[in-house]
Design a binder for this molecule. Structure first.
Ligand code: URP
Ligand code: ZN
Ligand code: ZN
Ligand code: ZN
Length: 457
């Protein structure tokens, strides 16, 4: 054995047991009471929880967007992730007209091989089918471990939007080749109409970002998407769901197509649209925008009853001076917020306060993402799995501040938010990468996660 984590309480999606965990060569090799020490290094986890590392399946690292590039690159983003108990990140590299999937992925791999501090995987964003060549390439992409793709119903002027025809083709091809299709669902025409109207009326504050794409704008697109997925019997993963009406339609559609999956993000669970009335409202601008109390209540209800499958971050921070571009015009605010280091502590704190169980948090943040996206070695504490482990102290209080985060951004929407309990150590394949407040990992340690394809009928 290389390492034994002793005396802790192991939490999986289904069980909570007192057990020692033994690690050799990056893998969990034994679990049970009083395991022989065998000269291994021993870590005492008495009074602590021993959890699988979180898998953040929604991040945008070094993403060119909104006239700039998101503030966390692969080094800073994965460093911060490790310090928040995340042991695998999924990034969203973007294919553009004329580019192949392989070109996009290879260019990101070259960066991550040097920079990633924890393991990483990619969902490839598709913005143009290249006259059908992309559809043809999807099968070989799946064979190379890229088993999920994404498209956007929005971001027309950024050249990222696809229409319903492209969406349907992607759905059908994903189903054929054993991939998952992820979707950002909002209605672009309603947004354009509202934006034009508000700007003409001189309504330019961050509050009008929200009012230009409120609940019904997201709901229309959610309903359209689940309608297609249901009738084409294709897999569909709805990213960052934030509205009640669309959520309820998606949960209903899951009854007829069990391959529909729903993700939400911590910012939608903690804040409401009221934040857009604040002086710093622009810092909370993301798309879809954070919705009203009714939607937040519906999200929490679905978190608790299993209607929502995954909580991930949509980590896409921008610096203050970039957010400031939109002080007098909400359309100039780069869309996106930070969260990669806050996901697991925030959700575990909710469990610590009795809002849901620790097992549910493990399901939402680790084991469901692993299952849905084909990471066979990840997502649980069990013999044979990668030793991606978080030791969590439920008794400490922690106040989030930009000063105690490990990203490259200069502000966070989570400033001042208090959480109960906090990770004390994170292990990535058995290697300590975070220790009591400090990053102790190394760039280049992270490996590409080659994922398994989904079953095809
Ligand atoms: O505002 C957001 N969410 N920015 C990142 C891109 C996206 O839509 O996920
Ligand atoms: Zn999105
Ligand atoms: Zn129908
Ligand atoms: Zn996103």
């Amino acid at each position: 054995m290389d390492l034994i984590i002793k005396n802790g309480t192991v939490v999986t999606a289904t069980d909570t047991v007192k057990a020692d965990v033994a690690i050799r060569d990056g893998k969990i090799v034994a679990m049970g009471a009083d395991l022989p020490l065998d000269g291994a290094k021993v870590v005492d986890a008495a009074g602590k929880l021993v959890l699988p590392g979180a898998i953040d399946v929604h991040t945008h690292l070094a993403m060119p967007f909104g006239g700039t590039t998101s503030a966390d690159g692969y080094l800073a983003g994965t460093r911060a992730a490790a310090c928040g108990g995340v042991t695998t990140v999924f990034d969203y590299p973007m294919q553009r007209k004329g580019m192949t999937i392989k070109q996009v992925i290879d260019s990101k791999k070259a960066i991550c091989e040097k920079e990633a501090c924890i393991d990483y995987a990619y969902h490839c964003i598709i913005t143009d089918l290249n006259d059908g060549a992309i559809l043809d390439e999807m099968e070989s992409a799946v064979a190379s471990g890229i088993t999920s793709f994404k498209c956007f119903f929005v971001y027309k002027k950024e050249g990222m939007m696809v229409d319903d025809g492209v969406f349907a083709r992607l759905l059908l091809k994903a189903k054929e080749v054993g991939a998952m299709l992820n979707l950002h669902a909002e209605n672009p025409d309603l947004i354009d109409y509202n934006v034009e109207k508000f700007l003409a009326e001189g309504k330019t504050s961050a509050w009008y970002h929200y009012l230009s794409r409120p609940e019904y704008v997201e709901a229309e697109a959610d309903k359209r998407a689940v309608h297609w997925a249901k009738h084409l019997e294709a897999p569909l993963y709805l990213v960052h769901m934030a509205d009640k009406e669309g959520l309820e339609a998606a949960i209903e559609a899951k009854k007829e197509n069990s391959n529909i999956y729903i993700e939400t993000c911590p910012q939608y669970l903690e804040f409401t649209s009221e934040v857009y009335k604040r002086d710093d409202g622009r810092n909370f601008v993301c798309s879809p925008p954070i919705k009203g109390q009714e939607s937040q209540d519906a999200l929490w209800k679905a978190i608790k009853n299993g209607g929502i499958d995954v909580v991930a971050t949509d980590h896409c921070p921008f610096q203050s001076h970039e957010k400031d571009w939109g002080i007098n015009d909400f359309t100039k605010i780069p869309n996106g917020c930070a969260g990669i280091e806050n996901l697991y502590p925030y959700m575990l704190s909710a469990a610590n306060q009795g809002k849901l169980s620790y097992n549910q948090v493990v399901a939402l943040c680790a084991s469901n993402p692993a299952k849905i996206f084909g990471c066979a070695d990840k997502g649980s504490i069990a013999v044979g799995k990668d030793a991606d482990i978080v030791i969590y102290d439920p008794s400490v209080d922690f106040t989030i501040s930009v000063d105690n985060m490990h990203s490259d951004y200069d502000h966070t929407i989570w400033e001042g938010i208090q959480v109960k309990g906090y990770p004390v150590q994170t292990y990535s394949r058995g290697r300590l990468v975070y220790d009591h407040g400090d990053f102790v990992g190394e760039p280049g340690w992270g490996n590409f996660v080659k994922r398994e394809k989904r079953p095809t009928k």
